[in-house]
Design a protein around this ligand. Structure first.
Ligand code: CDP
Ligand code: CDP
Length: 216
């Protein structure tokens, strides 16, 4: 096993600010930013795009296993190419929003994504955001955060982006699935971001990272 670099895990429900906070935190720390949700979204988009029904668990798992998924860093951020196609502009499509929770509940799909996440940590210090980063993907990292905000605030944030995204339904599915559900890891620090700006959240995380001994 290669050397494991430092990992800051950021988990939380939809529109809690994970992506914005993780990206800015990574920039300030000089770490790479890895978005795990984007890989679940890319796998979902790829299967739908190949004509597979979003409920066909077996074919989705087979397709994901057969796909060539290349996860690289581009400008210090994770970037996915799947079967030589860059799915970036499709990751927030309505049909992806609707199907991604079901696809990500498939154990064989999770295995692929978890392996990719851990590969990144062999070569880089990382800020990784998702649902199970502190609980399952990097359970040994001491740097774990759970960012949250009230459902009203989160709905408002998504609406402000002009997105039709049923985040409450997705959160329910993500929190109740048997494998790697969205939970607060027992040693995670919880930050309620309802009344904080992105910069405010990042400052708070950096202060706590210093307290727990990350030299930055
Ligand atoms: O940005 P947003 O919070 O809306 O979603 P995302 O982080 O892009 O994740 C999309 C979906 O992928 C989530 O609703 C989960 O179903 C799944 N996901 C997961 O199961 N585990 C992760 N570590 C990250 C995402
Ligand atoms: O990744 P996740 O779905 O958790 O959230 P995001 O995509 O980073 O943030 C959702 C929206 O909320 C974005 O438009 C952010 O700019 C905004 N946001 C905010 O207004 N205040 C925060 N403290 C965090 C995010």
């Amino acid at each position: 096993m290669g050397h494991i670099h430092r990992v800051v895990a950021i988990d939380g429900p939809a529109a809690s600010g994970k992506s914005s906070v993780a990206r800015e935190l990574a920039r300030r720390l000089g770490f790479a930013y890895v978005n795990s949700g984007a890989i679940y979204r890319a796998i979902t988009w790829d299967a739908l795009q190949k004509g597979i029904d979003g409920r066909d668990t077996e074919r989705i798992a087979q397709t994901a296993e057969a796909a060539r998924i290349s996860c690289r860093l581009q400008n210090n951020e994770s970037h996915i190419v799947i079967d030589d196609v860059d799915p970036s502009e499709h990751l927030r499509d309505d049909r992806v929003n609707k199907n991604v929770s079901r696809v990500s509940s498939i154990p064989r799909v999770r295995k692929i994504v978890v392996q990719n996440m851990r590969q990144y940590a062999r070569y880089n210090d990382l800020v990784v955001e998702g649902r199970d980063i502190g609980s399952v993907v990097f359970p040994k990292t001491p740097y774990k955060f759970y960012v949250d905000a009230s459902p009203e605030v989160r709905l408002r944030r998504r609406a402000a982006e002009g997105q039709r995204d049923e985040i409450i339904m997705r959160d329910r599915a993500d929190s109740s699935r048997p494998i790697s559900p969205l939970i607060v890891a027992k040693d995670a620090q919880i930050i309620d971001t309802s009344h904080l700006t992105i910069e405010g959240v990042v400052n708070e995380i950096i202060a706590r990272l210093r307290q727990i001994g990350l030299s930055i």
